[in-house]
Write a protein that binds this ligand. Structure first.
Ligand code: ADA
Length: 570
């Protein structure tokens, strides 16, 4: 399953899910599942290096093939037969490439994958989560002609008590001739709605365009959608936006995405959806599941959301990278609010000197916004978790990435989680201030006192008047370790820490949200200080890596659901 809905009714699309051949760099042969992480195989469960995946595909008619990779961890080089198609770095963003004039018959798709740590990889490195290996997200195969729709972005606008939207779409002509085309389409709640305006289907105003040979063009127009329903966390109404490309009245290509009509704005210290303040009761969630790794199948993604919602959460932070689109699709459907962030965790001096870091961050932001723009659930773009915000030399990168985001999307607020309390030098740059605070765990201070001191400092350090989020807090517990003395790593100690922290933050009107660190335990690398983590896991999950609940779940459920006290809504 590439998405939770059909992306094309005209363009032929196929998912290449299944068992692929895999040859490890040393020559070992395996059969591995795609999507999947190679660590699932007993002989590869700590393999870091290269390997090549092979899959035979069959083409029935002459065509151009568009290959869509939703995520390969972490570096991919792709060939179709002897034709080199593309290179891509970063496990957590999609990429696509086109092979032209493919003849009918059998072809061999070959993907060389590398998950090594090296100076070439500034984002995937030893860390407090695990960089797995493999084709970890779905692969799609599409048949296209010489002219096709490459993307579309919809920006909803609420003005004079009604909805309109700006629609932008990029159309590509790979052919040798100049030609004239028309874009038409529809917006409807049900995909099978006849294109009839009486049945709740809005017709997209026809756009004509002339494309010369080899030209790519972005068309942009605004149109009214009177009477369309809003997307709200409590009533997350979604619409299918389908664009069709026509020539001489004949539609020959299309693209469907799901969109929602909502605005995101900041009002003083509040984050508002459709003008209504929301208080974010969130979890930080890594894409990691015991033995499965980062290639989490949809039924387990849904279970994660079920568990979080059962505890009363209404928000999730995709720490520390863009997430699988199917997870975002589920958030859209459930009205869960998402803070999505670029791939980056932690600071090392050498990152300041390695020019690849800036490039790899920049590419990640670009791909994240390009592919995830239409998700109504995403309400915050984040960057550079716990990067060197106290280093004067690091400031330029923050500035560049924030301005890159604003160039690509002016509609969502920005933030960055910092742990440099009392030292951070760039709180005035983001729209919202977010800080990670481990009172009761790394810091032995009184929770309320430290929180108050941090809040006071935020006001003096450039964050005055901005919405503030406690983006991480929590403590570690090894699942099943119960202890009357409530000692470190016991479920009791973790529950105490979460209770103490949540009681302070949930009752502080200065805050606009909290994100517990973290939803589930995740595997960490054994290099550097992460090796000291019990079980080589970050054990701060309120559920373990198999989603078995620790005692803290009851505390979170009580506080997030507001049982026994008034439920905090904004
Ligand atoms: C940091 C970091 C997380 C995790 C956490 C912890 O705040 O952002 O990725 O490492 O600390 O568990 O210590």
């Amino acid at each position: 399953m590439l998405r939770l809905f059909q992306e094309h009714m005209i363009r032929k699309q196929q998912e290449l899910e299944g068992m692929w051949e895999f040859i490890k760099a040393d020559g070992g042969h395996y059969t591995l599942s795609v999507p999947g992480c190679w660590e699932q195989h007993p002989l590869l469960n700590d393999y870091r290096g290269k390997g090549t995946y092979y899959r035979r595909i069959f083409v029935t008619e002459p065509c151009n093939l568009r290959l869509v990779f939703k995520g390969v961890s972490h570096t991919a080089d792709v060939w179709l037969d002897d034709t080199y198609v593309m290179h891509h770095y970063n496990a957590y963003t999609p990429f696509c490439g086109v092979v032209r004039s493919v003849a009918p018959g059998e072809h061999l798709l070959k993907v060389e994958v590398d998950n090594s740590f090296s100076e070439q990889s500034t984002l995937h490195r030893p860390n407090d989560y695990y960089s797995y290996g493999g084709i970890s997200r779905p692969v799609g195969l599409e048949q296209i002609g010489n002219v096709y729709i490459e993307n579309m972005h919809m920006t909803p606008i609420w003005e004079n008590d009604s909805w309109s939207a700006v629609i932008e779409t990029r159309v590509v002509n790979m052919g040798e001739e100049t030609d004239r085309f028309t874009i038409r389409g529809s917006l409807s709640e049900r995909l099978d709605a006849s294109q009839n305006e009486d049945e709740g289907c809005y017709l997209i105003e026809a756009q004509s365009c002339v494309l010369s040979a080899g030209e790519e063009k972005t068309l942009r127009w605004e149109q009214a959608f009177d009477g369309v329903k809003s997307w709200n966390p409590d009533a997350p109404v979604l619409y299918f936006l389908q664009l069709r490309l026509e020539k001489d009245g004949q539609a020959f290509d299309d693209l469907i995405d799901r969109v929602g009509f909502r605005t995101v704005s900041l009002m003083g210290r509040r984050l508002c959806v459709n003008g209504e303040p929301v208080f974010l009761k969130g979890f930080n969630r890594h894409e990691d599941y015991g033995e499965i790794g980062c290639a989490i199948p949809p039924q387990l993604m849904a279970q994660d959301l079920d568990l979080m919602q059962d505890m009363g959460a209404n928000a999730v932070r995709t720490c520390h990278y863009p997430n699988d689109e199917r997870f975002l699709d589920m958030c859209d459907e459930r009205g869960i609010l998402v803070w999505e962030e670029n791939h980056s965790r932690g600071f090392r001096e050498w990152l300041l000197e390695n020019p690849l870091f800036e490039k790899q961050c920049h590419d990640c932001v670009e791909e994240m916004i390009e592919y995830h723009f239409n998700h109504p659930s995403i309400v915050i773009w984040g960057i550079l978790n716990e990067y060197g915000s106290d280093h004067p030399e690091a400031r330029e990168l923050y500035e560049k990435l924030y301005s890159q985001i604003k160039d690509l999307d002016r509609t969502r607020p920005t933030t960055s989680a910092t742990c440099k309390h009392f030292k951070d030098l760039r709180l005035e740059l983001p729209d919202m201030v977010s800080f990670n605070l481990y009172s009761g765990w790394y810091e032995d201070d009184n929770v309320r006192e430290r929180h108050d001191r941090v809040m006071e400092w935020i006001g003096q350090a450039g964050g005055a008047g901005k919405p503030v989020i406690v983006s991480e807090f929590g403590g570690g517990a090894v699942y099943g370790f119960r202890d009357r003395r409530r000692s470190k790593w016991s479920e009791e100690r973790q529950a105490d820490i979460l209770l103490e922290n949540l009681e302070v933050y949930m009752n502080d009107p200065r805050l606009t949200g909290v994100f517990i660190w973290q939803f589930a335990d995740c595997r960490v690398t054994e290099e550097e200080w992460f090796a000291a983590r019990p079980r080589s896991y970050n054990n701060k999950g309120v559920v373990d890596e198999y989603r078995r609940p620790k005692g803290a779940c009851d505390i979170v459920r009580r506080l997030y659901r507001g049982q026994g006290r008034e439920q905090r809504r904004n």
